[in-house]
Design a protein around this ligand. Structure first.
Ligand SMILES: [Zn+2]
Ligand SMILES: [Zn+2]
Length: 274
């Protein structure tokens, strides 16, 4: 099982960090978790095209996690050799988002259908499933369990525990530690969490920036969740603020005070194999 950080950025534009997106590859299975800014570019750098995806799971509907879903949908459609649904899972509201994306693509869909009359005879096919905490579903060979996360006032938000061939990994998305997240992570091989350095954020004299302090896990909190749940590997991503080159050891050291397992963090396309 391989985890690749496709985008380690946050909503704040950064030339070196794409938006929230993580790739899970296990055997022939390829799962995309969230679809932020630049996701298709980073996927192609990782050797995976949208047509190769087993499915897409979305943790929540904040724009930085879904903004390039339209590119995933369009690229999957125009590169498919036969009508093939793109399976997308997300919390309640994802169906409305997908409908809005497809509506916005209507001119493009008509241009391409008209231009490729013989070779492209079907519209984009997105199979949307709204999921709720507590359910487990099968996505080809992947067993996926949905858990509630705490990213209030954003609701609903979910995390996913994905199990395949005796390995499991949890994608916590954005949010604070909570009992449901601990439960979802319990005994997993790896836990992927979006993180914030509150010590740096507190120094920025901007009210809108300071507002984010109350709904993101700090590096310490992510490490503490990993330790409580007894996971082997903590993967940190979605750095707020953007981690500067050369700061990696500083971020790692803060997490290591609370968690003795393997800690993975770095630039876009950093990967780890479990
Ligand atoms: Zn969010
Ligand atoms: Zn986010």
């Amino acid at each position: 099982m391989k985890i690749t950080l496709l985008g380690t950025g946050s909503p704040i534009p950064n030339p070196d960090r794409a938006g929230a997106a993580t790739l899970l590859e296990s055997g022939s299975q390829r799962l995309l978790v969230d679809a932020g800014r630049g996701v298709v570019m980073r996927m192609s750098a990782a050797g995976v095209l949208p047509v190769m995806l087993t499915g897409v799971v979305i943790t929540h509907l904040h724009s930085d996690h879904i903004t390039d879903l339209n590119d995933v949908i369009t690229t999957q459609w125009i590169m498919s050799a036969a009508p093939t649904p793109l399976r997308v899972y997300g919390p309640i509201g994802i169906a409305q988002v997908i409908k809005g994306i497809l509506d916005s693509l209507e001119p493009d869909i008509s241009y391409r259908l008209e231009h490729h009359q013989d070779s492209l005879t079907w519209r984009p096919m997105v199979e949307v499933t709204e999921v709720a905490p507590g359910i487990t579903f099968q996505l080809d060979e992947l067993q996926v369990t949905v858990g509630r996360t705490d990213h209030q006032p954003v609701e609903p938000t979910v995390g996913y525990r994905v199990h395949h061939e005796n390995k499991s990994v949890v994608f916590g998305g954005d949010g604070l530690p909570c009992a449901e997240l601990d439960q979802l992570c319990l005994g997993a091989d790896a836990y992927v969490q979006t993180v914030m350095r509150d010590d740096i954020v507190r120094q920025v004299p901007n009210k809108r920036f300071l507002d984010i302090l109350d709904y993101h896990s700090t590096v310490e909190q992510a490490a503490q969740t990993a330790a409580r749940a007894g996971v082997n590997t903590l993967v940190m991503t979605h750095y707020i603020p953007g981690m500067q080159r050369g700061q990696e050891d500083e971020w790692r050291e803060i997490a290591a005070r609370h968690f003795s397992g393997t800690i993975i963090l770095g630039d876009d396309l950093t990967s780890t194999t479990l």
